[in-house]
Design a protein around this ligand. Sequence first.
Ligand code: NAI
Length: 505
Amino acid sequence: MFMEHEKEKVAIVGAGTMGAGIAQVAASAGHPVVMYDQETNAPGRAIESIKLNLNRRIERGRLSEDERDQIIGRIQPTETLKDLATVDLVVEAIVEDLEIKRALFGQLEAICSTYTVFASNTSSLSITELAASLKDPSRMVGLHFFNPAPVMKLVEVVRGHATISEVVQRVTQLASSWGKHCVQTKSTPGFIVNRVARPFYGEALRLLQEQACTVPTVDAIMRESGGFKMGPLQLMDLVGHDVNYAVTNSMYRAYFEDPRFKPSLVQKELVDAGLLGRKTGRGFYDYSDQATQEPPQSLEPQQHPSKVRVCGELGVAGTLVDMIRDADIEVDHIEGEGRLQIDDVVVALTDGRSATERLLVERCDELVLFDLALDYIDCERVALTRADQSTPRALNQAAGLFQALGKTVSVVDDVPGMVVMRTVCMLANEGSDTVNQGVCDMEAVDTAMRYGTGYPIGPLAWADRIGIDHVVTVLHHLHRFYGEDRYRVSPLLMRKFHAGRNFYD
Ligand code: NAI
């Protein structure tokens, strides 16, 4: 396939944002790179931007001037596609348009040797469809870098219907030698990252639609309790609502209107108003200089309890028991179904039912639920909700407990599954379906989400940590509550549950 010489020769077609980044990555790994763009000045501009990037590395002491000059010296701009005749690999990063990309690969097929591998950096087009117009579709593969390519560690290697495994393996080895974490995926809409990440945005938008809490509160809970680097609403502001909304719409259509991918009226409203996020100065947040940022809602300090009763095992929240003891609160244990009790107030981890519904079966008058946290020891914030039948006093007592453990408490309205729990269960559910449908393996889901989006832990590994039975219970409850197919449990998750297995056994 590739020629057996020292470093494969790489061509980059399309010298925009992604093309420049990928050229920098390949040249930094010692590959000769030839760069073409239909706009003749673009490769020169790209090389200048790479130089600026490398200069920043020099300033940080990570690169010498000599190394920079060598890297730049490996990148050859060209004004003619014919110069690509002898390259081993073409990485295409031109405009996201199927017909334009197909036309380019048609031209390349007439120019390049039969051993040249054709890779597309497309983030949304089907590799199968792109390859179908080639005489030899077996040499076409997706090589999906993330922006900025020199920084982001993930590359999705996308197998079209006709792509041969030798091509997949070779580009995987190549991108791995460039310091990237490669995940192999079938060509399906969104590949891995853009598909599995949908609930991260989707559930946050639903929480807003259902008035669960304010914008900064959703983000603060996801960051400071869920351990995500950015809250979903902040992230949508950064990506741009036009882009995020268009991706969601195209995924929804591509999956034949599967309600899992349904777009949100909350986001459409922002797009219609031209509030596209940071780039327009306003989205969910106001980015103007004079803007005052509304803080997340946090409950004022409440009295700490002196005694807590632990009923049974708390599962993923089990570390709370030692924390309570360490806070010099008296703890007594009784048999039970995994909850805490402060006087007459029952405090339990959300299981996907609203507190208002759950109170009916808990045989208590005062019920407060708490949300999932990535790690109850390290997290800064915990979200609570109370049943409609319960009193504000109950909520304050539960809040006093978490405040005694050093946590900031946010109160959300009584939406089933709360904030972190429903989002993480839906991420795991989508990841599970991706595996179940043979798109990729489990490790690929978790690697993709950790390195492509920076999640603190892969969603399948997270599901194991929560407990497969709890994740299934949460999803079942959401499914029943909303009566929507969106929350149906993935067959693989169900199977793991029935077998009493984890994803990683
Ligand atoms: P860009 O607009 O920055 O650059 C595209 C370049 O391709 C331009 O310089 C343009 O002159 C050139 N071009 C357009 N048609 C051409 C043709 N027929 N032949 C040769 N050159 C042509 O675009 P960007 O953002 O770099 O995206 C490129 C590809 O990478 C798209 O397929 C996009 O979906 C994908 N992608 C983009 C990401 C991003 O965050 N920007 C992330 C991952 C993938």
